[in-house]
Design a protein around this ligand. Structure first.
Ligand code: SAM
Length: 284
């Protein structure tokens, strides 16, 4: 029986005395069609390994295990381990690890569990760590073949938006520097237990093998992008001068012009290429 069969899911949870916990962002999937669509997204190559973050009671895990060679699922909530041992632990190709995904050394973890295999990430992410965990994964560069995550629709739109649009933000620019991002489909609250307050969306990111722009100091570019969007209503020169005491506002304005941009430009108008050009001549 599949865990999307709700009478089975309720029976398992009741028998183990557990209920979804808000503090861990537990909204379990209940729709077989949605689970299959997410599980089909990471790769057409069935020989890949999949790193799942937050298996919950194992609903997506079982669909991934049906499709891919190896699945390693990292779950923070210790109370779910007996449930997972029963629902997916019996499968030869599933390993459950009790850990906080935010604290993992991902390159080490991947080497330990997958060796030389190609690895994809697939997860219905807990909403409270959406942006930091996506950044942590993308910062691993080409370690992962693809990254498929379900997140709030609003964040999915922010990550995949164009410069100048209302959704465009620091995470959009970082994500486009690190990966090709594609929004795949929306998932309405009725497909979860309990239903979240917002609509969700699945995005698929393919980390770049080589970055789309050459930057001398990626960390400096990251600082500039962060500062530019921290005060997005301010002009870029003002926003950057609030973030540094190394250069004056007048010097920053000069560098903005030198990068071929109007001195009164706002950060939200800059493309990734603009940020790259600016960061090569301005250190903050
Ligand atoms: N994959 C399951 C599903 O789709 O039904 C559950 C998804 S639920 C939205 C998020 C899961 O991530 C929960 O099981 C939660 O306990 C787990 N989780 C939350 N924070 C975590 C963290 N820092 N590291 C690993 N797992 C985490």
């Amino acid at each position: 029986m599949k865990l999307t069969d709700m009478s089975y899911a309720y029976e398992v949870m009741e028998r183990h005395g557990i209920a979804p916990k808000k503090k861990f962002g537990q909204n379990f999937l209940t729709s077989d069609a949605v689970v299959c669509r997410i599980a089909d997204t990471p790769s057409e190559d069935k020989e890949v390994g999949v790193l799942e973050i937050g298996p919950g009671i194992g609903t997506l895990t079982e669909a991934l295990a049906d499709r891919y060679k190896k699945v390693v699922s990292v779950e923070i909530d210790e109370s779910l381990l007996p449930v997972l041992a029963e629902t997916v632990g019996w499968r030869d190709n599933v390993t459950v690890v009790n850990a906080d995904a935010m604290k993992l050394d991902l390159p080490e973890f991947v080497k330990e569990h997958f060796g030389d295999m190609k690895v994809c990430v697939c997860a219905n992410l807990p909403y409270y760590i959406t942006s930091p965990i996506i950044m942590k994964i993308l910062e691993c560069g080409p370690l992962f073949e693809s990254v498929t995550v379900m997140i709030q629709k609003e964040v999915a739109e922010r990550i995949s938006s164009a410069p100048g649009s209302a959704d465009y933000g620091a995470i959009t620019v970082f994500a486009s520097y690190l990966a090709d991002v594609k929004k795949c489909f929306n998932v309405s609250p009725g497909n979860f237990l309990p239903p979240p307050k917002v609509t969700s969306a699945v995005i698929r990111m393919k980390p770049h093998k080589t970055p789309p722009v050459d930057v001398k100091d990626p960390e400096n570019m990251q600082k500039i992008i962060k500062a530019a969007f921290e005060q997005r209503r301010k002009m870029l020169a003002g926003a950057l001068s609030s973030a540094t005491c190394r250069v004056s506002k007048a010097q920053i304005s000069e560098k903005i012009e030198e990068a071929g941009l109007p001195s009164d430009v706002r950060g939200e108008k800059l493309s990734l290429a603009d940020f790259a050009r600016l960061s090569d001549i301005l250190e903050i």
